[in-house]
Design a protein around this ligand. Structure first.
Ligand code: ATP
Ligand code: MG
Length: 577
């Protein structure tokens, strides 16, 4: 097998180089054990079950990658299922965005796009079955009464006065609930389990509630809607799911998941819980992300600072980088918080391989080469991607007046400053060695122009006499450069855990006021603007970072999002501090 195509199940033994069996994570282990024991007849069938009430975020990506990998690595199947059992909160906009995001991540559900709402009738029939078995009853308690009767951790709950209604009465009332005879909240259907169970989820949980609302797919047909715990296992069972993977907070719900399926005597998938993804400097709750969007704290769900899949995509993340991230962080059974630099490193690593190198100057300063002929332009070869020779070479125009980065000149420079300063020589990337002679200042003392002379013998950036320079700086030719807007992003929050209960303030009080910096007059190579400029290519602006054209870009005015800086600048800060 060629390198890079090795079987996923094997890793190289670092010492001997021999393949050894990969360390399985606990879900892979369960699936491997089930395959051995013949449980589920050796089948593997997973699903990703989003509720269409928001946009997907990087946490969902973890679940998508996990479910999809478990299916594909075991010759199994993967369903995308909308868990659309909650009429009031769901919108078609969310369905569309979720489809686009899952597709973009590369998880292929083939022809298995499912909607829980397609099973409403079947779920209803199952509920009737439970009533007939004496395992469910219609209860007239209000939500408040029910909650008051729930009991505590040390005391059992109080049974509902309606708990012992006859099967006939329950069937009649349930049918009338369905027919819309009762107002919202006036009745529920409850499972008859155990009001003294130490697990609150087993204290006669609600299965159906009355809601008079439009559903995005079933319209106003249904007046009763199933609760998550009742619906979810049935959805899994109906679809023939084998391993129903969910996050840890559902561990206490598993006895109920099992109880419903056992009482009905239907096909019974296995629920497995894993730890959800938490990231530093990030909030991951849909409710909070929605609040950021509605409150205009960000420009929308796809604001490049958002941890949403569409935000990451707009910022320039690749599906490969997100998948690599999900692999690196692994799957565990205890909650933890992943450092956001792990995500940033994943995209850096991927873009290092893919991004086309370009030159762009964010804070331009004029550099005049006094001994270069006026009016002359020459084309110099520049490598597109040193990581990938197939990307070839392009030609960039060079002339007497250039722009360099403001930071790359210092009038009174310390010894270790290896960039331009009077008397010092640097290499202009792909061009010539230049030596700084002087600078021009405005009346406020700001440097507005730097003058230098070049050595024509160093064309291409090499000196024939072996003379060394310590610094190489980037540049663009002033006459040929195109204006661009550049958006630099920093973390959306200024504290590691904006969500933590231990922080005294609301998470919104920790928003980083400097999370977006817009540079409106950057100068870039001519090939980055105009009709021929690629709309969706990843670029590395040399020495500055990885950039991706924003959706706001036009041929006349390109806009670039900085996906990530070249180095982890925060690591440097942490080391200093
Ligand atoms: P809520 O249920 O509060 O609306 P949710 O984030 O759980 O929010 P769902 O649409 O139910 O939203 O999530 C779909 C799937 O994604 C679920 O299986 C859920 O367990 C998983 N998931 C959600 N958040 C994370 C996360 N941070 N890490 C890993 N998986 C997650
Ligand atoms: Mg959920």
């Amino acid at each position: 097998m060629a390198k890079g195509q090795e079987d996923d199940r094997f890793e190289r033994n670092e010492e001997s180089g021999a393949p050894r069996e990969k360390q399985l994570h606990f879900i892979e282990q369960i699936i491997a054990d089930d395959a051995k024991s013949g449980k589920f007849g050796g089948r593997v069938h997973t699903r990703f079950p989003p509720e269409p009430n928001g946009y997907l975020h990087i946490g969902h990506a973890k679940s998508i990658c996990l479910n999809y990998a478990m299916a594909t690595e075991n010759n199994g199947l993967f369903n995308l299922r909308f868990d659309d059992t909650n009429p009031a909160k769901e919108e078609t906009e969310y369905v569309e965005s979720i489809l686009a995001d899952v597709r973009w991540l590369g998880a292929d559900w083939q022809d298995r796009l499912c909607f829980a709402s397609d099973y409403f009738q079947q779920m209803y029939d199952y509920a009737v079955d439970l009533i007939k078995k004496g395992k469910a009853y219609v209860c007239d308690m209000t939500a408040e009464e029910m909650s008051a009767a729930r009991g505590t951790a040390t005391e059992p709950g109080t049974p509902s006065p309606w708990r012992d209604r006859s099967v006939e009465e329950n069937l009649d009332l349930f049918a009338r609930m369905k027919a819309g005879e009762f107002p919202d909240g006036s009745k529920t259907l409850r499972a008859k389990i155990d009001m003294a169970s130490p697990n609150f989820n087993m204290r006669d949980p609600v299965m159906y509630r009355i809601v008079n609302a439009e559903h995005h797919r079933t319209g106003s047909v249904w007046k009763i809607y199933p609760m998550y715990d009742w619906a979810h296992g049935l959805e899994d069972s109906i679809e023939g799911i084998t391993h129903s993977i969910c996050t840890l907070e559902f561990e206490n719900h598993r006895p109920l998941y099992d109880w419903f399926l056992d009482q009905l005597g239907v096909y019974h998938p296995q629920q497995i819980e894993f730890a959800r993804l938490n990231l530093t400097y990030t909030v991951m709750s849909k409710r909070k992300l929605l609040e950021l969007v509605r409150g205009n704290y960000v420009s929308g769900w796809d604001d490049p600072r958002m941890p949403t899949i569409c935000g990451l995509r707009r910022r320039g993340y690749t599906p490969e980088s997100i998948r690599a991230f999900c692999k690196v962080i692994g799957v565990a059974k205890f909650n933890s918080t992943i450092d956001v630099t792990v995500l940033e490193n994943a995209v850096r690593e991927d873009l290092n391989k893919k991004a086309l190198r370009r030159m762009g100057v964010l804070r331009p300063l004029k550099l005049v080469i006094d001994n270069y002929p006026e009016g002359e332009t020459e084309l110099l070869d520049a490598v597109n991607n040193p990581e990938n020779p197939d990307d070839g070479v392009r030609q960039i125009p060079f002339s007497r007046v250039l722009y360099i980065e403001r930071d790359d000149f210092m009038e009174d420079a310390p010894k270790k400053y290896f960039r331009l300063s009077p008397g010092r020589e640097v290499r202009l990337r792909y061009a010539y060695f230049v030596t700084c002679d002087s600078c021009v200042k405005d009346k406020d003392g700001n440097v507005v122009e730097v003058h230098c002379h070049y050595d024509p013998a160093t064309r291409g950036g090499d000196s024939p006499d072996g003379r060394k320079v310590r610094g190489t700086i980037h540049w663009v030719s002033a006459a040929h450069a195109r204006n661009a807007e550049v958006r630099l992003y920093d973390r959306l929050f200024s504290v590691e855990n904006p969500d933590s209960a231990s922080n005294p303030l609301d998470y919104k009080d920790y928003l980083n006021p400097e999370s977006l910096e817009i540079i409106s007059d950057a100068k870039v190579e001519p090939c980055l603007a105009g009709e021929a400029a690629p709309a969706a290519a990843h670029f590395q602006f040399e020495r500055i970072g990885y950039f991706y054209p924003d959706a706001d870009s036009t041929a006349d005015r390109p806009v670039f999002n900085r996906t990530v800086s070249l180095k982890d600048t925060w690591a440097k800060v942490a080391q200093k501090g």
